[in-house]
Design a protein around this ligand. Structure first.
Ligand SMILES: Nc1ncnc2c1ncn2[C@@H]1O[C@H](COP(=O)(O)OP(=O)(O)O)[C@@H](O)[C@H]1O
Ligand SMILES: [Mg+2]
Length: 358
């Protein structure tokens, strides 16, 4: 074999290998029910639309589609109305790597080789509906119905008016008050407590999965990553993760998942509210920690106690984080005095924690 043929052969083998690795990684992610990829990995970035949404006015079962409100790599969310003209949000399972809906058609085209991955994802989507349907809490999105149609599946939710925490943070850059953080997260944690009480973990807490109603009350959305991890009755269903918000144990130590894993997401989300960008990914932090602790980054702008609470949640070692939502809520409820100084109780608490860490 001459040199040129040899080089061409090596090049071809590398290309085939790269394509195979790429597609199997995607399949792996998909079969894990994961749907954050490409640009959607960064929740502060937009993603490009590939699939065409159902047209406005389309009659989907008993619901009339009004318009598309969001697009992820895995689903499309629509605003629709039921027969009594109540607004609902409908999430349609449509992973754009596996199913293609071209303009003017309704039923997506699914290639033979993608069918089993598509069906597996569909099962995971049902899981999301099933998780949510069991939860009834004002700070957790309410699922009203789910059904099959158009060769896919739909989840009907109560339509929430407001905007995502991500949108709020982008609109009020640099203007997020300490009170806002304490109030919003204390309420959100009420919902998360209920989630944990039902033995679910959310596992994808981040600014775009938190909705702020018009009255400022937060709602936890998107349980696509939720698995009954505490019961672990679904072996093989590895949860998804969003870099920057996922805890280190989500990357490699699935047996260490627990309420503290969602608490990392809460800490990272609070951090992102102040930074208006995602914190560094936990797997990167494990190699070389570039995260500037909140106590350093915002010293003097927010109370030491709040900043320490954020840093506490974002500890890489899960044993050093608050162990329960309740413990975190207690910390968020400690209001520093007028001058932003910490109360004597907080100072004592801090000293005790420092001693324990030493
Ligand atoms: N019940 C709802 N009411 C209003 N908007 C919603 C609702 N559910 C989802 N959305 C909007 O759709 C977006 C995507 O929903 P989400 O459940 O997070 O799906 P994805 O898997 O695409 O991230 C949300 O960020 C929000 O803007
Ligand atoms: Mg989401």
């Amino acid at each position: 074999m001459d040199l040129i043929t040899y080089c061409a052969d090596v090049w071809l083998r590398c290309a085939v290998l790269a394509i195979l690795m790429y597609s199997s990684t995607f399949r792996l992610l998909r079969s894990a029910g994961s749907r954050r990829f490409a640009a959607s990995h960064n929740p502060f970035m937009a993603i490009t639309q590939i699939n065409h949404p159902l047209p406005p006015g389309f009659q989907l079962d008993q619901y009339r589609i009004e318009r598309q409100i969001s697009l992820g790599g895995f689903s499309i969310v629509y605003l629709a109305h039921d027969e009594e003209n109540n607004a609902v949000a409908i999430k349609e399972y449509l992973p754009n790597t596996l199913a293609l809906r071209s303009e003017g058609s309704i039923v997506p085209e699914i290639k033979e080789e993608h069918l089993s991955a598509f069906n597996h994802g569909l099962k995971c989507f049902f899981e999301e509906g099933r998780s949510l349907a069991r939860l009834n809490h004002p700070n957790v999105v309410r699922v009203l119905n789910f059904f099959r149609a158009n060769s896919t599946v739909y989840m009907v939710m109560q339509y929430e008016r407001g905007r995502t925490l991500r949108e709020h943070v982008m609109k009020h850059r640099g203007n997020i008050s300490e009170k806002f953080i304490r109030v919003v997260f204390s309420r959100l944690l009420n919902g998360l407590r209920e989630v944990h009480a039902q033995r679910f973990l959310h596992l994808d807490i981040k600014p775009s999965n938190i909705y702020l109603r018009m009255d400022g009350n937060p709602v936890l959305l998107d349980f696509g990553a939720a698995r009954q991890a505490l019961e672990n009755d679904a072996p093989g269903l590895r949860p998804t993760y969003t870099p920057g918000f996922a805890a280190p144990e989500q990357y490699e130590a699935q047996d260490q998942l627990g309420p503290w894993t969602d608490i990392y997401g809460i800490g990272a989300t609070m951090y992102a509210c102040l930074a208006h960008s995602s914190p560094p990914a936990a797997n990167q932090r494990l190699k070389a920690d570039t995260l500037v602790p909140a106590v350093q980054r915002w010293a003097g702008k927010y109370s030491q106690q709040l900043l320490e609470t954020i840093d506490w949640c974002m500890q890489l070692d899960y044993l050093e984080r608050p162990m329960s939502v309740f413990a975190l809520q207690k910390s968020l409820a400690e209001i520093p005095d007028e001058g932003g100084r910490d109360s004597w109780l907080t100072a004592l608490n801090r000293r005790l924690r420092e001693r324990v860490r030493r």
